[in-house]
Design a protein around this ligand. Structure first.
Ligand code: MN
Length: 192
């Protein structure tokens, strides 16, 4: 796990995203879902794991409905500080657009192998991560499952008391859990 790819893609003179040089030590297993209005609107799921944020782009965003499987495409590891990043990535930079913290919280690893708990790195290698999100919007059990032979994953809500078959969380709660701002708010602030 390394930040090489992350750093290579960005010019930190031009973007206010964290440069990853001074990594915060955050002990809790954190997750963040960032809503990212770049060339296409998508959501980025990041899980703190092994000193970095393991990252997946979820084109359609997470769902609380266990019947819905959401495609999750792995992207480069991000620095831990990125859990707090919200704002604008200027034009001409990698991922240019607006980022809000759509959800953030802790997670509990529940990944098993032959009935025994395995660590997150092992679960990642195995291609089956089972966890519980304790976010403001995402709660309860989820599976992240790698589809073979390609490197795409699926994010699927487990059928538990936090599952919801009605409503769409992305539409019901579209804004930042950090600042309450919408993508529009941030765009406007930047224009003023
Ligand atoms: Mn993104």
């Amino acid at each position: 796990m390394s930040l090489k790819q992350y750093k290579n893609k960005r010019d930190f003179e031009k973007t206010s995203e964290p440069d990853g040089n001074e990594q915060k030590t955050i002990e809790k297993p954190l997750f963040v879902v960032q809503k990212h209005d770049a060339s296409h609107l998508h959501y980025d799921l990041r899980l703190k794991m092994g000193g970095v944020l393991k990252s997946w782009a979820i084109p359609k965003g997470p769902s609380l409905n266990p019947d819905i499987k959401r495609l999750a495409i792995p992207t480069e590891d991000h620095p831990i500080d990125y859990v707090d990043f919200e704002g604008i990535i200027p034009e001409g930079n990698y991922g240019a657009g607006i980022v809000i913290i759509w959800d953030k919280g802790t997670y509990e690893n529940k990944s098993l192998k032959k009935g025994n708990l395995i660590d997150m790195e092992q679960a990642y290698e195995k291609g089956h991560i089972s966890l519980i999100f304790n976010g403001e919007k995402l709660k309860g059990g989820f599976n992240l499952i790698k589809m073979k032979p390609d490197d795409k994953w699926l994010l699927i809500k487990k059928n538990d008391s936090e599952a919801k078959r009605k409503g769409v969380i992305l539409e019901e709660k579209p804004d930042s859990v950090l600042s309450g701002r919408s993508l529009k708010d941030i765009r406007k602030e930047n224009e003023d």
